[in-house]
Design a protein around this ligand. Structure first.
Ligand code: ADP
Length: 488
């Protein structure tokens, strides 16, 4: 099947089929599912609804392609990724528009994502030719040990809707660089970007069967089927901690190599000695990048008492000045949230937090009308234990509380089962480093509202996940270590 959809403002047709073994096909059931425009809930496209048979066919294709691809010279794999980076960059506007259409995010956010996403291909193009090994002499002499790294094998990559391109290139980049083959299960709200990416990778010379994409509305069964397939060797998942735990249990049955990027509950700590305007700039980024729909989003603000009122006032002013509307409209800085479930959750968290005693400085009420919009919201006097502090809101809501001492700030910040990222603003770098070392998180931004960087090892501690994506560490997740021992 060669089905595709033409979308306003996008020059070439966007594929809507399954991509298996280098071919576009319909689902084995013939079924499709609807992808909606979050700005008004209207139909954007109908995409093939993959079945358990389809995902098995995708594993067949990936398994068949594996030996040949694993043996491809690293330079060739590197050049495929470099070409894919270039194509994405050349078609940046098209990708950004597509992501804005299916996810709802404002165009500036979509453009930033596209740059970030493409950069994973460039970074891993550079890593593909740096896979190392070593030659060791046994302590007692005689025996030699040659250590080498080989591709893990067939990978299942399950991605979320919040960064439809970047969450996939962050996995596909190292998978391709390492010589692995993959089956991709994109999120049901945003499958189009993954399908367009598959087309780009084909154009870039990635052989048939190396990347297969199976969108589905039946994530549970389709993913479980692939996880139970004895040819699968790895799962890489980005999504909720709840689903991550389910997948880790499934992974145990086959002892799959597992990488998990799960939920966050990022604290944003502002010390009284911080440059307050820089802290507000950082807060706008950490909170509002992608409309708050990021696992790295600042979820809880802890501000030292002497500057709390001033910080809250400045942040509320900046938040209230944002322009909300359809993501693709000129000048819009905050699009709709992705779907009804997400906006209903944000609404519930704000209502319950206000019910618990918080005060609204701006926003706080879901607007009437079509689409999944929620206004930028700042809450102050938020009591400990309120839902806005304990749940991952995934929306444009900034709950602010105060602290007096650094010990208090640390106790509050660390009182969560999650540990993805934390942000600290202070005028004293040593104080910032002391806090950074004591914060229980995989990443810390000091005087910065963004930590995501393809050249850095992204990942969490505690229930935020296992493994790292990006940096030198990223490719290691797709390699196994083997040694060969021999006497000399
Ligand atoms: P979010 O809360 O961001 O939607 P989810 O964890 O629900 O995160 O979804 C992330 C990805 O996991 C999506 O691709 C989704 O389809 C998939 N998914 C959801 N539930 C399951 C499940 N039970 N088994 C396997 N994959 C799932």
């Amino acid at each position: 099947m060669t089905s595709s959809v033409r979308l306003t403002g996008i020059e070439s047709p966007v594929p809507t089929g399954l991509f298996v073994g280098g071919e576009w096909r319909a689902a084995s059931s013939g079924a499709t599912f609807d992808v909606l425009d979050p700005a008004d809930g209207s139909l954007l496209a109908q995409v093939a609804d993959g079945t358990t048979d389809d995902v098995t066919a995708a594993v067949d294709a990936a398994a068949a392609a594996l030996p040949g691809f694993a043996a491809t010279p690293p330079r060739q794999r590197s050049e495929m990724l470099r070409r894919a980076f270039q194509i994405m960059t050349d078609r940046a506007d098209e990708f950004a528009r597509l992501m804005s259409l299916e996810n709802g995010k404002a165009l500036p956010d979509a453009k930033a994502e596209l740059t970030y996403a493409a950069e994973f291909f460039r970074w891993f193009a550079e890593e593909a030719v740096r896979i190392d090994g070593d030659y060791r002499v046994a302590p007692a002499g005689g025996t030699r040990t040659v250590v080498t790294h080989q591709p893990v094998g067939v990978c299942l990559l399950v991605t979320p809707w919040n960064f439809p391109a970047a969450m996939l290139t962050r996995k596909l980049g190292p998978a391709i660089a390492a010589g692995c083959t993959s089956v991709v299960k994109p999120a049901e709200d945003t499958p189009l970007t993954a399908l367009l990416l598959a087309q780009v990778l084909t154009e870039a010379g990635v052989p048939d069967g190396v990347v297969n994409v199976v969108p589905t509305m039946d994530a549970k069964e389709v993913v479980a089927t692939a996880m139970a397939d004895p040819r699968l060797r790895k799962i890489s998942f980005t999504g909720s901690t709840e689903v991550g735990k389910v997948l880790l249990k499934q992974a145990a049955d086959q002892v799959l190599v597992s990488s998990m990027e799960l939920g966050g509950n990022a604290p944003f700590v502002v010390c009284a000695d911080a440059d307050l305007d820089a802290a507000v700039d950082g807060a706008m980024l950490a909170k509002m990048r992608n409309g708050g729909e990021a696992c790295t989003a600042a979820n809880r603000f802890y501000v030292q008492a002497p500057v709390a009122e001033a910080f809250a006032g400045k942040l509320a002013e900046r938040m209230a000045a944002m322009t909300t509307g359809r993501g693709t409209d000129e000048g819009v800085t905050l699009g709709p949230l992705v779907n009804e479930e997400t906006v209903a959750k944000v609404d519930r968290i704000v209502t319950d937090t206000v019910g618990a005693g918080a005060r609204v400085l701006t926003g706080g009420t879901r607007p009437q009308g079509p689409g999944f919009f929620y206004p930028p919201t700042v809450l102050v006097d938020v009591p400990v234990g309120a839902p806005a502090l304990t749940e991952e809101t995934f929306g444009p809501v900034a709950p602010i509380t105060t602290f007096d001492t650094d010990e208090q700030a640390l106790a509050l910040a660390n009182a969560t089962p999650f540990g993805l990222v934390a942000y600290v603003f202070t005028g004293d770098l040593a104080r910032g480093l002391r806090l950074a070392e004591a914060l229980e998180s995989g990443m810390v931004g000091i005087n910065r509202g963004v930590v995501s960087d393809p050249a850095a090892p992204f990942g969490g501690v505690k229930q935020s996940g296992l493994g790292r994506e990006g940096g030198h560490e990223g490719i290691g997740e797709y390699l196994t270590t083997k040694y060969v021992s021999f006497p000399l």
